[in-house]
Design a protein around this ligand. Structure first.
Ligand code: C2O
Ligand code: CU
Ligand code: CU
Length: 511
């Protein structure tokens, strides 16, 4: 044999061995990458229902709430104390509730040993009250935002928004619901007894590292943290006894990165009645609803007497290619919440055939368009900078925003202050699940959406609102931009950060 041949054989076998090792490692990673809790455990923990926050009404009619952010310990698993954060308790927060037309004021105290903020996700309010990264609350400090509720009934939520640390703060437990009511929704025959036939369902995925909540990202998980089990309202393996024929489920995906596709194992249809910003025009019958981080949906499910039915999250077609589905969580499935129906059920009135008119704009009167290219490295090629205003919009106008993801991984898109309407998905009319008022939309790779947004102010040229990917790891890394609402002819100014006002109430800017 020539020396050349021998070298060739040696090189060839080394290459083969390496290729087999890499292939084997990949096969091992691939088959181990999807997670399922379906059918694996019995659901024997009574579902915790977040308490309705107490409030008082001021002389001037303002409804006043108190929230205190603090560290604590939570027993997710009996006898094992997990360090967590919460509002007024050790994990999550109470449900705030107010009606359209009411003035609200929230006195927030930061009892943590690091700065944070509290953002009102989905709320239309002045930029200074928004609770984004420009309204930080120092450790030991307070912040008292106030505004007038002026939008339709909806299931909104609140959570911290410190730039670069939102994922950590939310994952540790800082999140809660903010339910809005209005006269129209009160007049509709929909299930509305909180915690009875109207259930708050805050879904999060978790992984335990000993007693601690794990937070790391696995190799090839480009979306961020993915847990290996889910909980609802902070309860692992929860069940809820129900006694009515129709149950309204207010779903909030409060996970930091995971997208779910909710439905029931027997394939039963349910009625989607509301999206992020409130009621649809009419209920839409469907058997799956997909929610990416930050999105909400209200569904009404019909129960049969005596049955136990699991709310489940199923593997998702609308998630991207096989690689993303496998390593990014799209192939995963979870048993989420078991509903246990009483032997005899109270009859519920039929769901109304019409729920009302949408207030979200349809875009026909749009005065300008903007384009947003979603990349993990930044939106429109720019990573978030606190003192740079990316977009300036004029108060009172409607715009159409085209949002595109061709970044090879899933993203979503959230806009502060507004509820918009999706007018197109990949050139077509939006599916039923995207026909209601929205503030957050899911865009798997290869998706282009057109959104119609109306900015009604108030104008504040000095204080920006945010738009960003709500996969919080991406947001923290800079997938966020800032827009300012100005009056016609006004110029936006570079924002100065309103931080560090420890110990002061700086709310006395009524106007
Ligand atoms: Cu739910 Cu900018 O956030
Ligand atoms: Cu928000
Ligand atoms: Cu993203």
């Amino acid at each position: 044999m020539s020396r050349f041949k021998r070298v060739l054989i040696i090189v060839g076998s080394v290459v083969t061995v390496v290729a087999m090792a890499v292939g084997g490692l990949f096969a091992w990673l691939w088959t181990g990458a999807d997670v399922s809790t379906v059918g694996k455990a019995s659901f024997d923990n009574a579902l915790a229902i977040p308490p309705l926050a107490e409030s008082t009404v001021d002389k001037d009619g303002t409804r006043v709430f108190d929230l205190r952010m603090r560290a604590g310990e939570t027993e997710f698993n009996a006898g094992r104390k997990t360090p967590t954060w919460g509002f007024n308790g050790s994990y999550l927060g109470p449900t705030l509730r107010a009606a359209r037309g009411e003035k609200v004021r929230v006195r927030i105290a930061n009892g943590l040993d690091e700065a944070s903020s509290v953002h009102w996700h989905g709320m239309h309010l002045p930029a200074r009250m928004d609770g984004g990264p420009h309204q930080m609350i120092a450790p030991g400090g307070t912040w008292t935002p106030h505004w007038k509720v002026d939008q339709p009934a909806a299931t909104l939520w609140y959570h911290p928004h410190p730039h670069g640390a939102t994922e950590q703060h939310v994952r540790r437990g800082l999140a809660g619901l903010f339910i809005l009511d209005d006269d129209k929704s009160r007049d509709l025959a929909l299930p509305e007894r909180y915690g009875v036939d109207d259930l708050p369902v805050i879904v999060q995925d978790v992984r335990f590292d000993g007693v601690k909540l794990a937070g790391g990202h696995k190799i090839m998980q480009n979306v961020g943290f993915l847990g290996d089990q889910t909980m609802v309202n902070g309860t692992l393996r929860p069940y809820k006894e129900v006694g009515d024929e129709l149950i309204r489920v207010r779903l909030l995906n409060a996970s930091t990165a995971r997208t779910y596709a909710f439905g029931f194992p027997d394939g039963r249809a349910f009625s989607l009645i509301a999206t992020d910003g409130g009621l649809l025009e009419r209920p839409e019958s469907m058997d799956r609803v997909q929610l990416s981080p930050g999105e909400r949906a209200e569904i009404v499910v019909r129960m049969r007497a005596g049955e136990r039915v699991m709310l489940r999250s199923f593997p998702q077609d609308n998630y991207g290619d096989a690689w993303n589905r496998r390593f990014g969580g799209g192939d995963d499935s979870f048993d989420v919440l078991e509903l246990r129906a009483a032997g005899e059920l109270r009859p519920s009135p039929a769901i109304p055939a019409a729920l009302g008119e949408l207030e979200a704009p349809d875009g026909k009167d749009a005065v300008r368009g903007r384009y947003f290219d979603l990349k993990r490295s930044g939106i429109n090629g720019r990573s978030m900078v606190m003192d740079r205003v990316d977009e300036t919009v004029t108060r009172g106008t409607t715009e159409v925003w085209t949002v595109r993801n061709s970044n090879g991984m899933p993203h979503n898109f959230h806009v502060h202050d507004v509820q918009f309407r999706v007018s197109e998905v990949n050139g077509e009319a939006p599916p039923a699940a995207l026909r209601g008022p929205k503030d957050t939309v899911f865009l798997p790779n290869g998706t282009t959406m057109k959104l119609a947004l109306r900015f009604t102010g108030p104008a504040d040229p000095d204080t920006p609102y945010m738009y960003h990917c709500h996969l919080l790891y991406h947001e923290d890394e800079g997938m966020m931009g800032q827009f300012v609402v100005v009056d016609k002819g006004q110029r936006a100014h570079a924002p100065s950060q309103q931080t560090g006002r420890s110990g002061h109430e700086h709310e006395h800017e009524h106007g």
